[in-house]
Design a protein around this ligand. Structure first.
Ligand SMILES: *Cc1c(COP(=O)(O)O)cnc(C)c1O
Length: 401
């Protein structure tokens, strides 16, 4: 049998080092559990950055994939397929939106949203050609394409990747006066996450989304929410914007859990009016809307509904939060979260969260530091109380003074 060290050495030799993974090799997953190649079992508290909200290898999603794979996998959009319609119908119903446009990865969906708001700006709002401005917020994460890093304020994501896509204006998150000041007659949209995930689970003040949306309406610009990480049950609602009244976006961007972690499936959703800017030939993707991805996506959405994953996330998130708050330690400076989307911010004097994630790994808990000092807890939403109890015991042991 090949040891984990051998596999890691081979991987290190032959793969580009654009990640710094924890030193373990996974080969199997089921529900909230994953196993390494030596048969050790771990509780997954990252869920592939919330792509696996439904749990690993959910039997209904895997069955849908198997069935569809026997029939047809890819038609291209040159022809209709019989799976895309039912998938988009379900997605639109769940988001209460008119239309959806399917893509593959999250970053592609973000790019699609940018194309939509710019085109809307020129063709509906009447902005002069090539003058469109989009407002984005500091510490955002929208993916890794050149345009997505052009929106970013993070030096690490941008260094030596320039020149960048122009047309973005950065403001602070949760800063309404800055939003109002940044708007010009050429502003076509505000794009942001309703909770900033990669930034370390940063939650804006209550009512921020509603107010930001109102400012967008008053200034005839589109309010765009990137819910690739926060969407599909993660924060205790089907979509995070539903925590506030009247906060529905003009464009909603989804990905990750849209396939339950089985296949790359993403989409943007919008009104008939906004989607009307897309006409034949102006945007597309070979794999976007393919029948295999659509069958998987439909099954993944049904699991979220049938298993009440949003409600579970709310109830179990509250349970996890209250247990974490009872941990007696000086090492934690703040715990924040919504639903099963929780960040434990460690005291900066500890030198980062990485070594604590490694210690948790040795105790059978997998999580990953985000923004150096934060341990992100985002287990599959099918987790149960006893598993949370065990998780908190391990966290408490690692963080004890
Ligand atoms: C993960 C993520 C993306 C990028 O998705 P990819 O599938 O990795 O391209 C964009 N926005 C947010 C908020 C994300 O969490």
């Amino acid at each position: 049998m090949t040891s984990q060290t051998d596999i890691i050495n081979q991987t290190d030799r032959r793969s580009t080092h654009n990640y710094n993974p924890l030193p373990l090799v996974l080969e199997r997953g089921e529900g909230v559990w994953v196993w390494d190649t030596d048969g050790n079992k771990y509780l997954d508290c990252l869920s592939a950055y919330s792509a696996v909200n439904q749990g690993h290898c959910h039997p209904k999603i895997i069955a849908a994939m198997g069935e569809q794979a026997q029939k047809i996998t890819l038609t291209s959009r040159a022809f209709h397929n019989d799976r895309m319609g039912p998938f988009l119908e379900k997605l639109c119903q769940m988001a209460k939106m008119d239309k959806a446009l399917p893509m593959n990865t999250g970053a592609e969906a973000v790019e699609t949203a940018i194309k939509a708001v710019r085109k809307w700006g020129y063709e509906v709002k009447g902005v002069e050609n090539n003058k469109a401005e989009i407002i984005v917020v500091r510490d955002n994460f929208h993916g890794r394409t050149i345009t997505a890093v052009s929106m970013s304020s993070e030096a690490e994501y941008r260094k030596n990747f320039g020149p960048f896509t122009p047309g973005f204006k950065l403001i602070d998150y949760d800063d309404l006066p800055a939003l109002e000041q940044a708007i010009t007659p050429n502003t076509v949209a505000l794009i942001m996450e309703p909770i900033q995930g990669e930034a370390g689970i940063i939650i804006p003040s209550d009512g921020f989304l509603t107010k930001a949306r109102k400012i967008c309406k008053e200034n005839n610009m589109l309010f765009v929410l990137d819910e690739i990480q926060t969407g599909l049950g993660r924060t205790g609602k089907t979509f995070c914007f539903q925590h506030e009244e009247n906060a529905a976006p003009d464009i909603l961007i989804v990905g990750k859990a849209l396939s339950g972690g089985v296949y790359p499936v993403s989409a943007i959703l919008a009104s008939d009016e906004v989607m009307g800017v897309f006409t034949p030939g102006i945007h597309g993707s070979t794999f976007g809307g393919n029948p295999l991805g659509a069958a998987i996506g439909l099954a993944a959405l049904k699991v979220i509904e049938e298993e009440n994953l949003a409600e579970r996330s709310q109830i179990l998130g509250d349970y996890l939060m209250s247990k974490l708050q009872n941990i007696k330690t000086n090492k934690i400076s703040e715990i924040r979260g919504k639903g099963l989307f929780i960040g434990i911010e460690l005291d900066p004097s500890l030198g980062g969260a990485r070594s604590y994630c490694e210690a948790l790994m040795k105790r059978g808990i997998l999580c990953k530091e985000t923004h150096e000092h934060v341990i992100r807890l985002a287990p599959p939403l099918i987790i149960e109380n006893e598993q949370i109890d065990w998780m908190v015991d391990q966290i408490a042991a690692v963080l004890k003074d």
